[in-house]
Design a protein around this ligand. Sequence first.
Ligand SMILES: NC(=O)c1ccc[n+]([C@@H]2O[C@H](COP(=O)([O-])OP(=O)(O)OC[C@H]3O[C@@H](n4cnc5c(N)ncnc54)[C@H](OP(=O)(O)O)[C@@H]3O)[C@@H](O)[C@H]2O)c1
Ligand SMILES: *[C@@H]1O[C@H](CO)[C@@H](O)[C@H](O)[C@H]1NC(C)=O
Length: 309
Amino acid sequence: MLRVFVFVCLVAGYHVSSVQVPTTTLNDGNQIPALALGTYGSAEDIAKMRQTINLAVEAGYSHIDTASLYGNEDKIGLGIKDVLSRGLVKREDLFVTTKLWNDKHAQNQVVPALRESLARLGLDYVDLYLIHFPDAQNADGSPANIDYLDTWKGMEEAKRLGLAKSIGISNFDVSQIDRLMGNSQIKPAVNEIEIHPTLTQEALVDHCHKLGIVVMAYSPFGFLVDRGNPNAPPPRSDDPKLTDIAKKYGKSTSQIVLRYLLDRGTIPIPKSTNADRLKQNIDVFDFQLTPEEVATISNFNKNKSVFGS
Ligand SMILES: NC(=O)c1ccc[n+]([C@@H]2O[C@H](COP(=O)([O-])OP(=O)(O)OC[C@H]3O[C@@H](n4cnc5c(N)ncnc54)[C@H](OP(=O)(O)O)[C@@H]3O)[C@@H](O)[C@H]2O)c1
Ligand SMILES: *[C@@H]1O[C@H](CO)[C@@H](O)[C@H](O)[C@H]1NC(C)=O
């Protein structure tokens, strides 16, 4: 019987020992896992998303970052259905984040947009709902004159209805955060922003942390991965400053950058659809960088986003 079980597990590629990801407490009392799976990608990535969710949960991922913009919520929903029915996790052990797109910023559009995301995901609540960008657009992409304070009222309603356990923002700067903090009943639990070695965002991260807002770090690999920009500043994945640190801990430079973001108190969101890289990207909880190593990596900062020329 046991031999049959072991055989089935091997054939199914089932990983009995997966990584345990620690959690952090949000300002509303909910727990958020310290690392999330990024899911934004090409049509090819979208096609792989159901399988990716299965692989990721097997490896120990408990937090999935998506958005209505990504066009993959339905595939992610199928993957979640799989892992629940396979008994790998229970719904309450998964943390699902999705985002409101710019063309649904009117206060009365927020809850309906979230209900559409939930229907695609096959869920009755998400753990975290974010305003994807502070700027509103019309359906044709032209700018719309809707104040994010109005959008936020719709977000507060989503939380009160229990459709989102926590609510937050993405791509908000210091002045937008302050204005929201001063004009809201429920404070944002999270701000999701771009952070990596060439865009370290010290001031914005400090500001969020002082206000009790947890920071999620998107595009964590920065220019370590090819962004199609021939003028990309260092570091690349073979930068000697990174490979020295990587050698010391027996890790890859990708893992060093994820650990850097964890050691700065942020939640990295590495994206992969590859089984080996998925495992590598979550295997970052058995070591820590020194403050000097964190400073060495922060010194790469050029205030340079991976988006844009
Ligand atoms: N809120 C926002 O406005 C916003 C904006 C951008 C991104 N995001 C979120 O943040 C997530 C991550 O950002 P991102 O997708 O821009 O970039 P990223 O996670 O920094 O990089 C993804 C790229 O790195 C490759 N990769 C993954 N692990 C690797 C490893 N260990 N070694 C070498 N290469 C590796 C991936 O390829 P493979 O898949 O082939 O491994 C992919 O090409 C997104 O997926 C999305 O969930 C949010
Ligand atoms: C990045 O921007 C901050 C804030 O504007 C500034 O203080 C810092 O000098 C900039 N760093 C670089 C490397 O340009």
